[in-house]
Structure formats: C-alpha cells, structure tokens
Ligand binder design. Structure first.
Ligand SMILES: [Cu+2]
Length: 120
C-alpha cells in the first residue's frame, strides 16, 4: 500500500466516523412505543429506527405529500400492503428480529427504510 493509499483510507475512515456521529436515528423508547415516520418527497423520515432485539414496535406512517410513489408501505416478512392515505396516520405493528434489520419500502422499492436492531 502506498502512502497516498493510506492517506485516502484514513480520510475515508474519518469521514465514515463523522457520518456515524451525525446520523441520529430516532430511538425506540420501549415496549409498545410508537415511532412516527413521515412520508415526504425525500421518502421515509426517519428511515432508520433503532430498537432492541425482539422488540414490538408500532410504526406510525403518515404520508404528507400527495404526488409520491410511496402511497403504500410493505414491511419485510409481512404480506400486507399497507395503504397510506394522505395525512392519515397508519399504524403498522412489527416485531424486530433478534439481530440485523427489518426493512420496509414503498411497493416499487424506491423509498426504503429499516428497523435496526441494536444490542442493549
Ligand atoms: Cu415507490
């Protein structure tokens, strides 16, 4: 590895570290907690929700923009397509896996988000 390579690697690592600090996903408060997720022109906000392993989570989706392809949401492992009427909160109850993450997305898989399991 050349010193240029090492420098680039170091900068990349520093950037990754600072990104990690900036990203502050909404943290699930506790059992039975509700996490509000807005559907905006940017997609799902927040798009990453941290939770404990096996935690029951209620995701409250509220679509706030009319022209979007995210007029419904599908959760990994859930056969139901949850329609999202404009400005009407829709609760989707999910159970977090023991590790890893549980993804959700619009039916076209353009906008994506995930419940991220963190050890506590
Ligand atoms: Cu879509």
């Amino acid at each position: 590895m050349t010193s240029t390579h090492m420098r680039v690697t170091l900068i990349a690592m520093l950037l990754a570290a600072s990104c990690k600090q900036q990203a502050q996903p909404a943290r699930q408060s506790g059992a039975g907690g509700v996490t509000e997720i807005a559907v905006t022109e940017k997609g799902f906000e927040p798009d990453r929700i941290q939770t404990a392993p096996g935690q029951q989570v209620t995701l409250r989706f509220t679509r706030k923009v009319a022209p979007t392809c995210a007029d419904a949401v599908e959760v990994q492992g859930d056969p139901v397509r949850h329609m999202l009427p404009l400005n009407a909160p829709v609760d989707v109850k999910v159970t977090a896996p023991q590790s890893g993450q549980l993804a959700f997305a619009c039916p076209m898989n353009m906008y994506r988000g995930a419940i991220v399991v963190v050890a506590q």
